[in-house]
Design a protein around this ligand. Structure first.
Ligand SMILES: [Zn+2]
Ligand SMILES: [Zn+2]
Length: 229
């Protein structure tokens, strides 16, 4: 039977840089952090066995963990559309979420389509994070942070940014076309720095050769070694 919804067909993937099933494509490392935290609170609440956490709180954590786990499996399957095992694993993980919701299991593709809708709802939820989120978002999933700074480092503009649950943002390396590894882009017109919001590796990037008279750099490897002092 032909399935009308074919987000994972190779043709469509080749046409579109961003996978249409998820737009924007979620970051798997971020999803793993989210998943680990949701799992942690679920287990911790269970182990405490007292009334520190309400049943609703624990149920939310448990469901979000199942949701994120399935989304990660779905993304892996989407990246390898010819791998039937990945597709089956993703569908099974989606159906684990349905079972937790007391819903009937669905055939593989339908389960994965349903999952994507659930993830979208999760993103649009007023409280995607727990109220005691270590990132300080109080559950909202975003925190207001400076995104533009003056030359002297003074913040000039703040915006709601994705809450990273108390973790530092992943660094951009020197080959980032936007910021060259500083994490900020410079606007000469306004003499302002803005946050570089996406690490974009430049395929043409050539590392700067190491200076061999620098005592901090090993002449044998060209890499930073232990301090010579
Ligand atoms: Zn948060
Ligand atoms: Zn960057």
């Amino acid at each position: 039977m032909a399935i009308a919804i074919s987000a994972s067909t190779p043709t469509e993937e080749a046409d579109s840089p961003v996978h249409p099933a998820y737009d924007p494509t979620p970051s798997i490392p971020r999803l793993l952090t989210e998943l680990v935290q949701e799992e942690f609170w679920t287990r911790y609440a269970t182990i405490r066995g007292d009334n520190t956490f309400t049943p609703d709180y624990t149920a939310d954590r448990k469901r979000t963990a199942l949701l994120l786990r399935a989304v990660i499996a779905d993304l892996v399957a989407l990246a390898a559309p010819d791998d039937a095992q990945h597709a089956a694993d993703a569908a099974a993980a989606a159906n684990a979420l349905r079972r937790a919701d007391w819903q009937m299991t669905l055939p593989a593709q339908a389960a994965r389509d349903w999952l994507r809708g659930q993830y979208q709802r999760h993103l649009e939820d007023n409280d995607p994070h727990p109220p005691n989120c270590p990132g300080g978002c109080s559950g909202a999933g975003f925190v207001v942070e400076p995104v533009i700074w003056q030359n002297d480092g003074g913040p000039v503009h703040e915006e709601p940014m994705a809450c990273h649950r108390g973790e530092e943002d992943d660094p951009h390396a020197a080959d980032c076309a936007g910021c060259h590894g500083t994490g900020k882009t410079y606007d000469a017109e306004f003499s302002e720095y803005s946050v570089c919001d996406r690490y974009t590796p430049d395929p043409a990037y050539e590392p700067v050769p190491a200076h061999h008279d620098d005592p901090w750099v090993s002449t044998a490897t060209g890499h930073f070694d232990e301090s010579p002092f």
